[in-house]
Design a protein around this ligand. Sequence first.
Ligand code: ATP
Length: 191
Amino acid sequence: MTSGLFGGAFDPPHAGHVALARKALEHFALERLRVLVVVEPAHKAIETDVELRLELARLAFAELPRTKVGADPHPYTIETVSDGRFVAGDTVFLVGADEFAGFLSWREPDRILERVRLGVATRPGYPRERLEVVLAELERPERVELFTIPAHDVSSTEIRARAARGEPIAGLVPAPVARRIVELGIYDGGC
Ligand code: ATP
């Protein structure tokens, strides 16, 4: 029985995040998936309140089975995966390929892999050598599994920028998320 963890700032959650989670549920036959909205990520300045990001993430991931959304108080992944509330038993921590390309700069990557396996979502055409160089440096590369998701060329940064310019974001985020962003007028003031 395998559980999944999917952490991020989700400022806001978008179609790429949902596609990754959907495919991971199936690929790893996850018994459950916990989406963790990181309150204060170590490497990003976040202006959007965590309660808002949680609300948007609940709307975004509501369409997925066996999936729950919660807050993660830990800035570093090694702390998250050392927290018994989040990891017990076989757990796959999910990341996008771009994120994994920088994995060696994370705090204690080898210790992370002792506690969880890593599920790395790649898209067709993603340069594999960017991942191979990381795998080559890890003590336990067999704990990393790549899986392919359809390409969604979207990022939270782009959505914030579009919303700030008053451009439509429909199709880039799940419909209930788009409605709520417009209703609340978040991201209107800039990105
Ligand atoms: P930002 O643009 O603010 O940097 P982001 O779009 O990368 O944000 P995060 O919340 O930082 O979103 O990402 C959480 C996780 O989702 C990371 O593991 C990241 O690699 C992955 N991810 C982000 N965008 C995509 C995408 N378009 N397709 C698949 N996975 C993605």
